[in-house]
Write a protein that binds this ligand. Sequence first.
Ligand SMILES: C[S@@+](CC[C@H](N)C(=O)[O-])C[C@H]1O[C@@H](n2cnc3c(N)ncnc32)[C@H](O)[C@@H]1O
Length: 283
Amino acid sequence: MNEPPARPPAEPVCSPTAAVSSRTDPEAAVRVWRGLAGTSVLLDGFHALKHALRFAARVPVALTADRRAALALADELAPDVRDALDALLVEVSDARLRDLVPRPHPTSVAALAVRPSREANLRALARTPRSAPVVVLDDPRNLGNAGAVIRLAAGFGATGVVTTGTLDPWHPTVVRGGAGLHFATAVERTAAGELPSGPLFALDPEGEDIRGVALPDDAVLAFGSERSGLSAGLRSRADHLVSLPMRPQVSSYNLATSVAMTLFHWSTATSTAVGTVTPPAGD
Ligand SMILES: C[S@@+](CC[C@H](N)C(=O)[O-])C[C@H]1O[C@@H](n2cnc3c(N)ncnc32)[C@H](O)[C@@H]1O
């Protein structure tokens, strides 16, 4: 598999002393949690934590109501991060976990990670030459769709996901949908007029059939809102309007599935797209 795109460096979070004492002392871990919860990214469940660790997220605190079960899951599904989990996971009571995380994931694992800085993400998005596209969601409305798109972008090794409009792509529901993979790509919201440079391919059912279009590695791939499609401004700035094949009488595809088809199309024609498939390690 290719190297993942350059990621913004994570920022320091808490003192090493706090991290060490919290590992052995559940109450200290809970204090660290309470101190960071308001400004950190909630990793909800084993798989989100696993992905975040694989992509070098800074995780100052990770809690579980069943350490043995969590490490058994790591043995089975993620031996590559087993040692990191062993060092991080602090066992707390089920009641305590519920107190900190209103609806704990069925794996009884929750962690807090440091959100990469906006400046670092913008630098990663602006870096050229680019070896994989940037996905733009033009005023998306559905948090689950945004999470699914970030997961796709991570899987295909896209440079990043940029949103315009009011949706926060780091909203907890988006992070949940992204399965901890926000850390595998650069995710930011920007103004519609400040998109990364590169040829702008806007996806629209009225465009040219994508099967005859080669998407370059430096493409900026733009997708419209679930409600109203592409905004007039973005459509007018597009270098190419491209469509996904669809039989008559079907109005449109779901936003995330449109991104999936488009990234897949890019991946089949480029040498820099993901080359091998990592064995599945849980969902
Ligand atoms: C759910 S669709 C938007 C539907 C919206 N009601 C409209 O009027 O366009 C969300 C986005 O997915 C992409 N999309 C969906 N179906 C597509 C297709 N057949 N070809 C190209 N893009 C498509 C477009 O970018 C679209 O704006």
